[in-house]
Design a protein around this ligand. Structure first.
Ligand code: ADP
Length: 316
């Protein structure tokens, strides 16, 4: 029915090389790495051989070129990514704390990532899209919201499907209008990919079982709940449940796990796999990505994930 399209922020990420408290001490940094949750997601789709395309914007600078070359190399259609002549590519600096949590310093609001809108390229792409994937983080950008609203309506009207990853980091506070927009988006999702407490936030009710019931009541068809190193669980509206134990790896850089997981799950389903089989590739994609420094440096091809699955034990 047409490509999987992801819309949202394209960034570079620059990663601290020490683990500690905050960003106060001078130290070597590594990067720039192609990044932005939607870009990681679509990179994983492309690497797995799914038909994939991205909507967003970069600046006319090397940080933009890092992303464009990476996505193109992964087989992603970049025709609807605009190059902003006036604003730089967005960036995120990340630093890990000893307890495993992360601190980000973002430059998104004054970057190209926050300035893209509807264009001829976007219109051409959305007119042939089979699936749209939206991250909640994109809703903090007003012009992106316009693109998302229009794109959701067009894709759904032509029989396409929608997946939503709430992806609401604690740093990204939503105002009331955005919260409402988020709730409307969730209700239209065929597939919801929350992580941890995002499940209850998306449902607006407490308790995992109640949250899942509520989400199915409002229209969601499938939910895959991500639980980091504890694995993931699939729920269908028809009452099916599949647990996907995590692969046993040593985590070096957790950024991008959920996006690789989601991109792999969706692509495998769109390529015709059962939920059970797609979950194995998704768990492998998430686990493989955390073993490598950089947000999408560990995103695997089909061959790489097959080799990873054959060589890696899973939790019971
Ligand atoms: P998010 O990045 O959206 O918070 P998670 O951290 O839950 O998502 O990661 C998504 C999936 O990736 C998990 O459900 C799991 O399958 C896999 N994963 C993430 N971290 C690890 C880890 N440390 N070890 C093994 N698998 C992991």
């Amino acid at each position: 029915l047409g490509p999987t399209v992801c819309v949202g922020e394209i960034l570079v990420e620059i990663v601290a090389t020490t683990v500690g408290n905050g960003f106060m001490e001078a130290q070597p940094l590594v990067g720039p790495f192609a990044s932005g949750a939607p870009a990681i997601f679509i990179s994983q789709c492309g690497r797995l051989g799914g038909s994939a395309a991205m909507i967003g914007a970069v600046g006319a600078d090397d940080f933009g070129r890092v992303n464009l070359e990476r996505l193109k190399g992964d087989g992603v259609d970049i025709s609807a990514i605009s190059i902003d002549p006036d604003y730089p590519t967005g960036s995120a600096f990340v630093r890990y704390r000893k307890d495993g949590s992360r601190d980000f310093v973002y430059n998104i609001a004054t970057s190209a990532a926050a300035r893209f809108g509807w264009s001829e390229g976007v219109s051409n792409l959305i007119g042939r899209a089979g699936h749209l994937h939206v991250m909640g983080s994109a809703l903090s950008v007003p012009s992106a919201c316009e693109v998302i609203d229009k794109a959701v309506d067009i894709v759904k009207a032509r029989g396409g499907t929608l997946s939503v990853d709430p992806n609401i980091r604690k740093e990204l506070k939503l105002d009331e209008a955005t919260e409402q927009r988020f709730a409307q988006l969730v209700a239209k999702a065929d597939l919801l990919l929350p992580s941890g407490e995002e499940l209850e936030r998306a449902a607006g009710v407490e308790g995992e079982t109640s949250a899942i019931r509520r989400l199915f009541e409002i229209g969601v068809k499938e939910i895959v709940l991500k639980r980091g190193a504890d694995g993931a669980t699939y729920y269908s509206r028809e009452g099916e449940r599949v647990d996907a134990p995590a692969f046993i790896v040593s985590e070096i850089d957790p950024t991008g796990a959920g996006d690789c997981f989601g991109g792999a799950y969706l692509t495998c389903r769109r390529l015709g796999m059962s939920a059970t089989d797609a979950l194995i590739y998704a768990a492998a994609a998430g686990a493989r990505n955390v073993t490598v420094v950089g947000p999408m440096e560990g995103a695997g091809t089909r061959e790489q994930l097959d080799a990873f699955i054959a060589a890696t034990e899973r939790r019971s």
